[in-house]
Design a protein around this ligand. Sequence first.
Ligand SMILES: [Zn+2]
Ligand SMILES: [Zn+2]
Length: 247
Amino acid sequence: MRNPKWHRDEIILALDLYLCISSGKINHSNPDIIELSRLLNLLPIHEERPDAVKFRNPNGVSLKLGNLLAVDPNYQGKGMERGGRLDKLVFEEFIGREDELHRIAQKIKETINNPELNFKLYQIPNDKKEIIENVREGQVVYKLHKYRERNTKIIKLKKEQQMDLQGKLECEACTFDFAKGYGKIGEGFIECHHKLPLSEIEIESITKIDDLALVCPNCHRVLHRGISTMNINQLKNHLSFSYSWNC
Ligand SMILES: [Zn+2]
Ligand SMILES: [Zn+2]
């Protein structure tokens, strides 16, 4: 049985290392490659590892760095295995943006080196391939965002604060109010979105009430479709309607 294909986050980590070492040092006994193999085995993404012994072992990691050589436009050598579509996409995405790549790789590493946090991220399901490929920060940082906005204690406080201030819970983007739209059964129903951009999310920070925005599930899903680029004000500007209430 074959192990799963390399995920975008794994390629980000591999590319970050690839850009730091010379091609002559790509081998399974290089300590940096051994360390990357360890990290990849911690990544809270692949649950199924049919061949657990070989899963991202130093030999496999060296081969992946060899694949990256094959898609590197600056490498003139021969004999490397052909790189895959995703290797090429990630390489092209970050070429000339090495600082950003390094920042993302560091964030992923910090997260997975925190066992408690890493365990919690394992419990959040992976997104579909199309979504993952559009999230610049990758799946691990995105899961960190989701984990932060699912803190039930702070969500409860946010809703209480909003009820005290405005006496209603309406979507901050489209203004839909479930209590008005659906009556009693809609009372108290709304979701919370973490407003901090993925690029600024910190590992150790604690979610504060002001980090959260109240949004209806539709607006929340749309915000997540543009998670790397869209904020609530931008979403508001996209909306071609607003709800009007007669009461
Ligand atoms: Zn809404
Ligand atoms: Zn959200």
